[in-house]
Design a protein around this ligand. Structure first.
Ligand SMILES: *Cc1c(COP(=O)(O)O)cnc(C)c1O
Length: 365
């Protein structure tokens, strides 16, 4: 098992487990997970009369419960990512591991998470649903983390630090040195959300998992893989932590069709890479053109599949575009988001349409 080799000999593994276990909500340490029919018999048999399914086959194509451990996908992903299946958690979108991490590590009413606004909204929503408090340390005006302020705002009750890199909505990667310092000095879990990593030139933090046992990396099938409608997200971490998430998830959290479609998608990685290259080319073209467009104040550098752009009269432009059927995201209300709209990179034709309407708007203003 690669992670065992990477973690060194056994005593180190025991020490690492201890390091994670001390962060877990104590009542979960002894939890006995639900044992499904598929857990109690996992071989192949002639006759399955153990799960109260419809033996006649029902009215659809999926009469059987799916594999609760998603072993086929994990085996394939482990190959692709150079990991062990025991380091992989699969959820109903990334939103599921975001919620499970908060539920597993933060005591409601007592402990908190730390986020760096402006950032992805689900960290705050999930924390609030779970009655877990938030500490916020704003990103600097260049959208980089303020490492000293983050460490100063952290205490032993600050259980999870959320780093979104490339960051949504600013689009930029965080500097590797900053992330590394946070991994070394933040006392709790550090989650790096790599939803947009496919569009960035930086290597994934997956390669550093063995070095930092309190690191969790999130990735998703929703963006580069083009499967947002399928709902499948990935969390990668130390096997002890992944086993804990598996223990508290709903047993059948990924449906059978979702599992099949993800497996099929994994066979088409080269198609994904080709689309990513095309979207990056479109992004560069769009950024370049916007920079020379009347009314554009600033195009922020992006390592993702969207651009954050500051416009003169951004609010009016937003409404104007919407009236013409072009929907972008108004980010004026977020920290450092003054006059900014977030624009997803579209097809060449969609981007041309967007640029046309922007030019029309400023021609009239
Ligand atoms: C879109 C996005 C996700 C993906 O969420 P899913 O639930 O997997 O669709 C995760 N994190 C960030 C920062 C995102 O922008």
């Amino acid at each position: 098992m690669p992670w065992l080799l990477a973690c060194g000999p056994k005593p180190r593994f025991a020490f690492v487990m201890e390091e994670i276990a001390r962060l877990v909500r104590p009542h979960l340490l002894g939890l006995k997970p639900y044992s499904s029919a598929r857990d109690e018999f996992s071989g192949t048999a002639e006759v399955y009369l153990d799960a109260n399914e419809n033996s006649l086959g029902g009215v659809g194509s999926y009469p059987r419960y799916p594999d609760p451990h998603q072993q086929a996908i994990k085996a394939r992903l482990a190959d692709l990512k150079g990991l062990s299946p025991s380091q992989i958690f699969l959820g109903n979108g990334s939103d599921e591991p975001i919620d499970l991490l908060i539920r597993a590590f933060c005591q409601p009413g007592q402990e908190e998470i730390l986020i760096l606004p402006p950032t992805y909204g689900m960290y705050e929503v999930s924390a609030t649903i779970n009655q877990v408090a938030l500490r916020k340390v704003n990103l600097l005006p260049d959208f980089q983390p303020d490492v000293e302020a983050i460490l100063a705002a952290s205490s032993l009750t600050t259980k999870i630090l959320w780093l979104c890199s490339p960051n949504n909505p600013s689009g930029n990667l965080f500097q590797a040195e900053s992330i590394e310092r946070l991994l070394r000095h933040f006392p709790g879990l550090v989650v790096i959300d790599e939803a947009y990593a496919d569009f960035s030139p930086a290597p994934s933090w997956l390669s550093r998992l063995a070095e930092f046992p309190r690191l969790v990396v999130l990735q998703t099938f929703s963006k580069a893989w083009g499967l947002a409608g399928l709902r499948c997200g990935m969390a990668f971490g130390h096997p002890y932590l992944i086993a804990l998430l598996d223990k508290i998830k709903p047993p059948y959290n990924l449906s059978q069709p979702a599992q099949q479609l993800v497996l099929q998608a994994l066979e088409r990685e080269s198609d994904k890479k080709q689309q990513v290259a095309e979207l990056i080319a479109q992004r560069e073209h769009l950024a370049h053109t916007l920079q020379q467009t009347e009314g554009v104040l600033e195009v922020l550098p992006s390592d993702a599949n969207f651009l954050l752009v500051r416009f003169r009269q951004a609010g009016e432009l937003f409404a104007y575009l919407m009236e013409r059927g072009v929907i972008v995201r108004d980010r004026q209300g977020v920290v450092h988001g003054h006059q900014a709209l977030r624009i997803t990179v579209g097809t060449a034709a969609e981007n041309a349409q967007l640029l046309h309407h922007i030019a029309q708007f400023y021609a009239g203003h």
